[in-house]
Write a protein that binds this ligand. Structure first.
Ligand code: ADP
Length: 395
């Protein structure tokens, strides 16, 4: 047994998985919600055992982590006898700026580095730091590894990551494209390399979930991605606008009487397919509404898939061609209609999908016979990728 605990700490939540790296199987997983808010709750499941739910006020991440440890070691519901059986802890960290191009074994210097990027990841980095500090305190002596959402994208060339604003804004304030979902894009690209037995591939990875992004991965390295300084740039998402003319922002502020902060919140939470449709950010609801003749739900779906198609075209151009287009995430893995709409009209690039294979869910090769470009559904697994990185660095 080589047990690694993977932690994804949000501002009021902790998601965790215990993975046995001898067989890469999940032993237990759970979620603490509403930390520091009335009505905190822990939901824990050990594989093969009954689900455990605890409703108890947990004022901070320390209190929540203590309950996670109790659940993991519980005689009835737990997965281990003692926390000593866990050899290392891997943490998802949102923003690693330009400092972190790789996962890092946590020490004070690394923590300082993560603190340095709080300004760029104001909601996530403080929570990620809390998650790490809590584990260091409650499991002294265990190695902690930070795995950054931005790290995989650090191989982008400067002409791709810079914005067309004065160079000083980049030099003095580090304003540039960073990209996110890097752990997922990297995992998907590696799975494809393993599947096809070669690394010299031009891949467009499409991670489509509540948040969505595309990456152009050439010979295993990211050369471009759709998200930017923050996860707001790029695709039209569940509730995020994606690309928008920056001059629309002061206009929105004036028309809706919003502060800068309120406007960023509006662009992150009230826009995207939710804002367009007025129905939902969930694609199952949108498709049901569109089938019943809701025009705006239909429009939202069209906008979502059109923007993806446009970026696929851009990334194919950036890579000088394409060998594989891969879909992942809650939408990418489950929604054949979205996949089909994203690729419709790309036959000129040599892309065509097998309609029957495209109806399936989960891992699948949906390439049509004779298609020059492979089209794959590759379920992503960020937790496993974090556990692999943690094992490689800590054990
Ligand atoms: P997150 O970005 O939070 O990790 P996920 O990758 O789990 O999100 O994606 C969640 C989204 O996936 C849901 O909002 C929903 O739109 C979509 N989704 C999940 N299952 C299906 C399905 N069977 N058909 C269509 N869309 C789905």
């Amino acid at each position: 047994m080589t047990y690694i605990l993977v932690i994804n700490a949000g501002s009021s939540s902790i998601k965790y998985q215990l993975i046995d790296m001898d067989n890469e199987e999940v032993q237990a997983k759970g979620l603490v919600e509403r930390i520091g808010i009335e009505g905190s709750a822990l939901t824990h499941t050990t594989v093969g055992k009954e689900k455990f739910v605890l409703k108890k006020n947990m004022p901070d991440h320390g209190a929540a982590m203590l309950e996670v440890m109790k659940a993991l070691t519980d005689e009835t519901y737990g997965a281990v006898k003692s926390m000593d059986e866990i050899q290392a802890i891997g943490h998802r960290v949102l923003h690693g700026g330009e400092k972190f191009t790789q996962p890092s074994l946590v020490n004070e210097k690394v923590l300082d580095g993560i603190r340095e990027y709080i300004e760029l990841g104001p909601l996530h980095n403080p929570a990620n730091i809390k998650g790490i500090e809590t584990c260091m305190e409650l499991m002294p002596g265990k190695p902690n590894v930070a795995v950054f959402d931005t790290a995989f994208h650090q191989t982008m060339p400067d002409y791709a990551y810079l914005y067309g604003i004065p160079y000083e804004a980049y030099k003095d304030h580090k304003i540039r494209k960073y990209g996110f979902h890097g752990t997922s894009h990297r995992y998907i690209a590696m799975q494809i390399q393993n599947m096809l037995g070669r690394e010299d591939l031009r891949i467009v990875t499409c991670h489509l979930g509540n948040g969505s992004s595309l990456a152009a991965v050439k010979n295993g390295k990211c050369i471009d991605t759709t998200m930017g300084l923050t996860p707001l740039e790029g695709l039209v998402m569940g509730t995020r606008s994606g690309d928008i003319d920056p001059a629309a922002i002061p206009y929105l502020m004036k028309k809706y009487n919003m502060t800068a902060e309120e406007t960023v919140n509006y662009l992150n939470k009230k826009c995207g397919v939710l804002g367009i449709s007025g129905v939902s950010s969930d694609f199952r609801d949108l498709e049901a509404a569109a089938k019943q003749g809701n025009d705006r739900a239909e429009l939202a779906l069209q906008m979502f898939t059109y923007r993806i198609k446009k970026y696929i075209g851009a990334f194919v151009a950036a890579m000088g061609g394409v060998d594989v287009i891969a879909f992942a995430g809650g939408i990418g893995e489950n929604d054949g209609e979205v996949r089909k709409a994203c690729l419709e009209g790309l036959e000129f690039l040599g892309v065509s999908i097998d309609e029957k294979a495209n109806l399936s869910r989960g891992e699948a090769d949906i390439t049509a016979e004779g298609s020059k470009v492979k089209v794959l559904v590759v379920p992503t697994n960020e937790e496993l990728m974090i556990a692999r990185e943690t094992k490689a660095l800590a054990l």
